[in-house]
Ligand binder design. Sequence first.
Ligand SMILES: Nc1nc2c(ncn2[C@@H]2O[C@H](COP(=O)(O)OP(=O)(O)OP(=O)(O)O)[C@@H](O)[C@H]2O)c(=O)[nH]1
Length: 308
Amino acid sequence: MTTSMPDIANHTTAQTEGTLDWVGMSNIEMPIMVASKGESERMVSAHIDAFVNLKDAKAKGIHMSRLYLLIDELSTSNVLNYQSLVSLLDGFISSHQELSDQAKVQFCFDYHLRRKSLISGKEGWKAYPVTLTGNLNQGKLTIELTIDVPYSSTCPCSAALARQLIQKAFQDKFAQQSELALTDVHEWLGTTEGIVATPHSQRSVAEVKVKLNSSINDFPITEIVDLVEGSLKTPVQAAVKREDEQEFARLNGQNLMFCEDAARRLQHSLNQTDQFDDFWLRINHLESLHAHDAVSVTTKGIENGYQP
Ligand SMILES: Nc1nc2c(ncn2[C@@H]2O[C@H](COP(=O)(O)OP(=O)(O)OP(=O)(O)O)[C@@H](O)[C@H]2O)c(=O)[nH]1
């Protein structure tokens, strides 16, 4: 004889009635196969949030296990791409008929890419934090991809102030000499007295969020990383030999930027491509001059689009 188990979610009603915006599970850890455009399908270790709304004020609760098992099925038998993300959201709602008409899911993971050194031809891994978010609200679908791309920024103001000090040191050193010997100047420039000041630079992070549509099935992770790094020109490096470090110093010197400059460069590049319905970006310069960060935020600026 089998004993039937109490089913609180189905057979009892709420002690206090009320509809709820989101109910679900946060921080579920699962391996997920991710389809990223131009890359082989890759297993990532994902942290997942899964939610539905509770529109029935009297219902005791949602069915957590149904959401969990739908994600588990994706983890064990499928690949995460645009279509499977949409099917997952559909499944959340169809498994909660009468209870829910909104669903959202978020996958957070590090996506590793091989990145080339600047000069030496070496390669190394870089981990990019990625968030994929799906939201289905009474039939209205939103799929978003957010990537954090680290880079280096050198302060243009600091660079100008350092140049002024270098000019002054040059004057102090050579002003009294009637004739300048090229070798003397050349040698002096190679000393710390010659380059008496250096501008400050900082590790910086561009957070880029794009709204995807069904014209994209595999997520454009590499494409966005390439776009950001290609625009800013000073990506954080993986494998570095001295020739790479020297090139990095040159690139920093030739791409001086405030957080405003970085945001405008990315805004320009993202406006050049029409594959994203909308974008939002936040530039964070983790200052070395200050103990606080310099930040700029912008969006595509479309009607009813992302708000800054
Ligand atoms: N709704 C809800 N469930 C919770 C919560 N915390 C833990 N659970 C548990 O999640 C488990 C799974 O719930 P259900 O999905 O309703 O499980 P089930 O009744 O076996 O599954 P179905 O037959 O598909 O409804 C239950 O044992 C709940 O106790 C909570 O805060 N809210």
